[in-house]
Design a protein around this ligand. Structure first.
Ligand code: WQD
Length: 337
């Protein structure tokens, strides 16, 4: 039966598409392409030999969702469609609540009306907020401090309630840490609009010469080298985690699992690894801390191993190698057709 991937033309969604197709599953992408490029469909075809079906639509459009779920004979949904910039969510919270929360509600309603029961939801470690203890376990309190994080927490709560409704859904909630890297072919990758917010695409733009220097936000954190520590996870490993979740989503009503490596890496360590992987020097300058940044967070990966039988296989070196491979092959992202 077919799997619908909302936001499937995006960075993470395209990698999930490839993994599902290569696992013999039929997929249909449902995407409004507000932050992704139709060229991704062609790239997925070049990697897998199969061009996924694609429906241009918005997850707030219940009728469009019902039509797509029915027409493609979907049995499950992987829900990635949403807005994900912490900074943008502060300046425009209404758009984030509308897209991320209302969109999840409308999708749930469309699933209930078509009898599609299984949903794997793309959540984020940002729901934890400032860690009380590390590594972050799934039972850590939820205290998001940005509108983006709050929309993810509310969407999780909404899905939990739908799981116990009279028309119950089977829900797997995956809390991503920091997805980076790309498929080894370099045909699909992270292609943010404008100046990237996140670290890895910023490093890549400096390595390729599109940006002159990497600003490192804070070198006075209580960490090994004073720079921020994160749990970077290869996007292909992350995609595999979704397949594992899909395979067990109908075993219990609601599942909440971290997808991270369990290892923390500092900004300077990542820059160093990227230089080794690419052979490119990365000019840096230290800038003041970024508002809202946390010193250090990384996952407990125990539950993912126990419940999903999943663990990350790729390390920082592969993440940097693959991120550079994408950047050098696609200096202008998907505009390099
Ligand atoms: C990582 C580290 C920065 C850019 C965000 C979202 C989170 C999730 C992943 C969606 C921090 C430092 C960054 C730069 C820098 N997205 N940095 N210079 O903030 O951990 O998480 O992306 O779910 O919700 O909040 O990721 O890559 O922005 O930052 O020094 O130019 O790199 O201070 O320590 P973050 P990031």
């Amino acid at each position: 039966m077919t799997v619908m991937i909302t936001g499937g033309a995006g960075f993470i969604g395209s990698h999930i598409c490839v993994e599902l197709i290569q696992a013999g599953r039929k997929v249909v992408i449902f995407d409004n392409f507000c932050n992704s490029h139709p060229e991704v469909i062609n790239r997925i075809r070049r990697i897998t030999g199969t061009a996924p079906d694609a429906v241009r639509g918005d997850v707030r459009d219940v009728q469009a969702l019902i039509s797509a779920l029915s027409a493609h004979g979907c049995s499950s949904v992987i829900h990635l469609a949403g807005l994900k910039s912490v900074a943008d969510s502060v300046s425009n919270p209404a758009e984030y609540y509308d897209c991320n929360v209302v969109g999840t509600l409308r999708l749930s309603q469309a699933m209930q009306q078509t009898g599609v029961r299984n949903i794997v939801f793309s959540s984020s470690a940002t729901v934890y907020g400032e860690p009380d203890v590390l590594p972050l376990r799934e039972d850590h309190k939820l205290a998001p401090f940005s509108p983006y994080g709050r929309t993810k927490m509310l969407a999780e709560e909404l899905l939990g309630d739908m799981a116990h409704s009279q028309s119950p859904l089977n829900v797997a909630i995956l809390r991503y840490f920091n997805p980076v890297g790309c498929h080894e072919s370099g045909l699909i990758g992270e292609d943010p609009n404008g100046i990237p917010n996140n670290l890895m695409p910023h490093i890549s733009r400096v390595a390729i010469g599109q940006l002159p220097v990497l600003n490192i936000y804070g070198n006075d954190y209580p960490t090994s080298d004073g720079t921020g520590i994160r749990d970077y996870v290869h996007v292909v490993d992350l995609a595999a985690g979704h397949i594992a979740a899909l395979d067990c989503v109908d075993r219990q009503r609601v599942l909440k699992v971290n997808l991270g490596t369990g290892q923390g890496t500092s900004v300077l360590e990542l820059v160093d690894a990227y230089t080794r992987a690419s052979g490119k020097m990365i000019p840096i300058t230290f800038a003041p801390r970024r508002l809202g940044d946390i010193a250090s967070y990384y996952a407990s990966a125990e539950l993912a191993a126990d419940v999903l039988g999943w663990h990350a296989k790729r390390g920082i070196a592969e993440m940097c190698r693959d991120a550079w491979n994408w950047q050098r092959k696609n200096p202008n992202g998907y505009l390099d057709q």
